[in-house]
Design a binder for this molecule. Structure first.
Ligand SMILES: *[C@@H]1O[C@H](CO)[C@@H](O)[C@H](O)[C@H]1NC(C)=O
Ligand SMILES: CC(=O)N[C@H]1CO[C@H](CO)[C@@H](O)[C@@H]1O
Length: 245
């Protein structure tokens, strides 16, 4: 019994020492660096149904956001949107066409696509949409179909324990879906006819609705992605991530 225990402890220790960080590495000096980066990013995203603790990446599929408040727009959407228990799915199927790092300007640019990004949430709203009164509280979803995603990170250097690390100084996130479908359940205290009607109006006019709230969504999710990327950058030095300068 004691022998067996000892063996399993040894195995555990060996595993811990041998375990490589489970990501593909790309060397900045390689001529195909940007292409390698596309592969490495897609690899991480495809494995994101569980966290990658070694580099500080939480589960991204689904990505859980406990609560999110988006302020009223200036047009179609005249109310604060309060979301709770928000879950974003679709990140694991993201394909990137471009990853571009410029080490002199310290910028990382990503251009990706997803066939479907879905947001599930509990909502609470009270206000007017496209001039029509709307109120309610309940579960809902928002589907973004064939969505283009562009993410720019501006980085700055910092030193941690004598090693050079990057951190995100600012970010810009742009999302462009080809179609958005809304589904808000239990609107108007459960009045189905009124609820169906507003959902129809939302879906018929999705592009106008989206235009009003898009900048706030981009800002909110840009910050979420930055904070995840910052975790990675904090755990790995510039050399560990991108190879020697
Ligand atoms: C990096 O950006 C600078 C300034 O925009 C540009 O002159 C340079 O060519 C870029 N480097 C690469 C490798 O793209
Ligand atoms: C309030 C509003 O702008 N409604 C428009 C939504 O879209 C339909 C067409 O599907 C228009 O007829 C409505 O005027």
């Amino acid at each position: 019994m004691a022998g067996k225990l000892l063996i399993s402890i040894c195995v555990l220790i060996t595993l811990c020492i041998c375990a490589e960080i489970p990501i593909k590495k790309c060397q900045r000096k390689d001529s195909n660096f940007n292409k390698c980066l596309v592969g490495a990013i897609e690899h991480v995203l495809s494995k994101s149904t569980s966290p990658i603790k070694e580099i500080g990446i939480p589960t991204l599929e689904p990505l859980a956001v406990p609560s999110l408040t988006i302020g009223a727009g200036s047009g179609a959407v005249a109310f604060d949107q309060n979301y709770k228990k928000l879950k974003l799915t679709g990140i694991s199927t993201v394909k990137c066409s471009k990853a571009d790092v410029n080490f002199s300007t310290k910028t990382l640019f990503l251009e990706c696509k997803s066939p479907l990004v879905r947001l599930n949430f509990d909502y609470e709203i009270h206000g007017k949409i496209l001039l029509l009164p709307i109120f309610g509280k309940g579960p809902g979803s928002m589907d973004l179909e064939n969505v283009g995603l562009q993410l720019t990170f501006n980085l700055e250097e910092q030193e941690k324990k004598g090693k050079k690390h990057y951190k995100v100084a600012s970010q810009k996130f742009v999302l462009n879906p080809q179609l958005v479908k809304f589904k808000l359940e239990n609107l108007f205290d459960g009045d189905k006819a009124l609820g169906d009607n507003i959902n129809q109006v939302l879906n018929d006019n999705w592009s106008e609705v989206l235009a009003d709230v898009k900048p706030s969504y981009e800002e909110a999710f840009g910050k979420i992605f930055s904070s995840i990327f910052n975790n990675v950058l904090g755990k790995m030095s510039t050399t560990e991530i991108f190879g020697d300068a």
